[in-house]
Every structure is written in structure tokens, then in C-alpha cells.
Design a protein around this ligand. Structure first.
Ligand SMILES: C[S@@+](CC[C@H](N)C(=O)[O-])C[C@H]1O[C@@H](n2cnc3c(N)ncnc32)[C@H](O)[C@@H]1O
Length: 231
């Protein structure tokens, strides 16, 4: 059975299609092909390595959302090879404003890790050994980007405190109930009124639905597994 994907809200759909988005999606597709051609094997947890990037429909939703709300300060958790990062930065370039701070605790392929380094539910999203997180992000897009490496649980608080207030937050890092709940709660504190908290993989745990109820907001879906709340 296939789940129904709700259409994008009209205010967002009006930003699509867009040649800049199509160009970065083509670039991401080539990076994914390179990944597939050069990476094989599994993590030490036994899960096959994957590229792990956001799919086209999710990229379209995120791109249109950033085009519509024109955030100035954005924070993203979960970079890996850089698909969502490149999409967000492309939208910022088209907006002509905005700065993205991304946080990632990367897993590299063919690298031994002590048990417990990553949460037990993590699948195989990985960065090819020898490359850096976000390696696919084209150089011209990097002028609006800062990358912070480490666990969200350890870095996100200081990062948000340093920024003071943010307009947009995207969760796509550790999809455990604890980490999702932690990131939503913390990001919400720093989100300005009217700002947007978005999350990928909302169906992995009840954390997003619970958080939405707790703050009294109705989720707007960009995709069946991606939604956002407006503060
Ligand atoms: C699904 S991937 C992100 C995909 C990315 N958003 C994209 O579209 O290409 C999740 C990333 O979060 C990282 N990660 C896992 N646990 C983390 C944690 N506790 N804090 C920060 N990042 C984490 C993973 O290693 C991986 O790089």
C-alpha cells in the first residue's frame, strides 16, 4: 500500500518549478551516482552504506518553504554528503540573503568505530572515507554556510546560544526519540515568533507529534515524513 503524499500548500507550490533547484538536483544526482559507483559495504552495525540525501519531493518542499519565508538565520542538523544543505543554500542564493549553520556528527565509510559511537537505530547514511561532510556542496554556495562537527547533543546548545535567535530550523540528524525531542525543544526556544521548525523523518518516533501538541501547533506537511511548525 502506498501512503498518500499531500500536495504542497499553494503559497509554496508557486515557487516551483525553478531552474536553480533543477540544477542543484541534477548536481546531487551526479554526486549520488559517484557514491554508488565508489562505495560498497556495511557499517559495523551491519546496515548497508547509503547516500542518505533528501529525495526530490522533500527537496522541492524545503526549497519552496525557504523561498517563501525568506529566513535570515537557519540551522540544520544532519549534513552527511550535503543534499539538504545544498538545497537550502540554493534557496538562500535565490533569496539573496540568509546564513546557514549546519551541524553533523558524520559516519565515514570503511572506518572502525567503537560500539555505541552512533545510536543503535542509525541506518547506513555515510560520508565516503577521504571526503568531508557536505562534500557535494558547490563552492559558490559555501559563502552562506558554516559547518560544525560533533554530536547535536553536545554542540547544538552552544551554537544556538551564539546565534541568539533563528528564523528556521531543520532536524535531519539522529532520529532517536530522545534526540528529536531534545532538538525540537531547544530549537523552539531560540526560534523567533513566526519562525519555522521543520523536521525530516517525523514518523520514526512520536516525538514530532508530541512536540506539536505540546506547543499547540498544527503540523504542515511537505511530504508524508516531513512537516513543519510555525512558532
Ligand atoms: C540522514 S543523514 C542527513 C542527510 C542530509 N540531511 C541530506 O539530505 O543529505 C543524518 C546525518 O546525521 C548524522 N548524525 C547521526 N547522529 C548524530 C548526532 N547525534 N548529532 C549530529 N549528527 C548526527 C549522521 O552521521 C548523518 O551524517
Amino acid at each position: 500500500m502506498t501512503a498518500t503524499i499531500p500536495p504542497l500548500p499553494p503559497a509554496l507550490a508557486r515557487h516551483l518549478p525553478d531552474p536553480a533547484l533543477e540544477a542543484i538536483l541534477a548536481h546531487i544526482r551526479r554526486a549520488e551516482e559517484e557514491f554508488a559507483a565508489t562505495v560498497a559495504g556495511t557499517t559495523s552495525r551491519g546496515t548497508p552504506y547509503t547516500f542518505g540525501g533528501v529525495r526530490r519531493e522533500i527537496a522541492e518542499g524545503l526549497y519552496a518553504l525557504v523561498r517563501e519565508i525568506r529566513p535570515r538565520r537557519l540551522v540544520e542538523t544532519g549534513v552527511c554528503n550535503g543534499a539538504s544543505t545544498a538545497v537550502l543554500l540554493t534557496a538562500l542564493e535565490r533569496n539573496g540573503e540568509g546564513q546557514l549553520d549546519s551541524l553533523d556528527f558524520p559516519e565515514y565509510t570503511d572506518t572502525p568505530y567503537a560500539p555505541g559511537t552512533f545510536w543503535e537505530g542509525k541506518l547506513g547514511a555515510a560520508v565516503p572515507r577521504g571526503k568531508s561532510p557536505g562534500w557535494l556542496v558547490p563552492t559558490p554556495l559555501r559563502r552562506r554556510w558554516r559547518l560544525h562537527l560533533g554530536r547535536s547533543q553536545e554542540l547544538l546548545g552552544d551554537l544556538l546560544q551564539g546565534l541568539g535567535s533563528i528564523d528556521f530550523f531543520l532536524h535531519d540528524s539522529e532520529h532517536s526519540y530522545q534526540c528529536q525531542s531534545f532538538e525540537y525543544r531547544l530549537a523552539w526556544q531560540y526560534l523567533r515568533p513566526g519562525g519555522v521548525l521543520a523536521s525530516d523523518d517525523i514518523s520514526w518516533t512520536p516525538a514530532f507529534a508530541e512536540f506539536a501538541a505540546r506547543v499547540g501547533r498544527t503540523p504542515v506537511h511537505l511530504h508524508r515524513k516531513v512537516a513543519y511548525l510555525v512558532k
